[in-house]
Design a protein. Structure first.
Length: 222
């Protein structure tokens, strides 16, 4: 009974976080701070606090501004390893001499002995991985750093007929890397953190059951 309780508890630990949260507060949209309206002078064309920029573009530059990130992530890695070791060892011990005569019993030497050992090991391994993520996600500026760089973050949630999908991204963008259409490549985002996942019928169909995850987890000692 005790073993069954331990197995059930371990399975529950392995099965935790099967369905990730659909919204993460850490990626919530940022909004500009409200500015108090300045009193206007009756009869004037221009009012203080409502300036018009004639020579600025539409690029994001302040907290709350919107920026589109074009996802062009592609990664590929491979690794191979091969190990081979061998060791041979032998030890021989002659019969001892005591007072000029060999130590024997009934004519057979007592201390004469020999030991030999041999060990061999051969191991090979290889792994390869390839990932690709393309698309667009629009985020907001969360902070403007003293050097002018922009801290951006945001998420996109898609609700489909067979489940939900979400993508989240955060990082730091240089204003000079923002293109004229107010977009930037994901490869230009520093300290980028990109998360893509989903939940629902399709995600459950592509996920191992809790018992299979338990046997493949580090909790399984064999």
């Amino acid at each position: 009974m005790k073993r069954l309780v331990i197995l059930a508890a371990s399975a529950l630990l392995v099965g935790c976080a099967v369905n990730p949260p659909l919204h993460d507060p850490a990626y919530a949209a940022s909004y500009p701070e409200p500015v108090a309206a300045m009193p206007g002078t009756p009869g004037t064309i221009y009012r203080t606090g409502y300036g018009i920029t004639l020579y600025e573009d539409v690029k994001a530059r302040q907290v709350g501004d919107i920026l589109t990130i074009e996802l062009v992530e592609q990664t590929q890695s491979s690794k191979e390893a091969s190990t081979s070791t061998s060791k041979d060892q032998s030890l021989e011990m002659d019969a001892g001499i005591l007072l000029g005569n060999p130590i024997t019993h009934n004519g057979r030497p007592l201390l004469e002995n020999s030991i030999s050992a041999s060990r061999d090991f051969d191991g090979t391994g290889s792994t390869s991985q390839k990932n690709s993520l393309t698309g667009n996600i629009t985020v907001t500026v969360a902070q403007v750093l003293p050097n002018g760089n922009l801290v951006v973050r945001g998420e996109k949630v898609l609700t489909l007929n067979q489940g939900d999908e979400f993508i989240r991204i955060s990082g730091i963008v240089r204003p000079v890397d923002i293109r004229t259409d107010n977009s930037v490549l994901s490869t230009r985002v520093a300290n980028a953190k990109i998360t893509y996942g989903g939940r629902g019928a399709l995600a459950d169909a592509n996920r191992q059951g809790w018992l299979a995850r338990f046997f493949n987890s580090p909790l399984w000692p064999f």
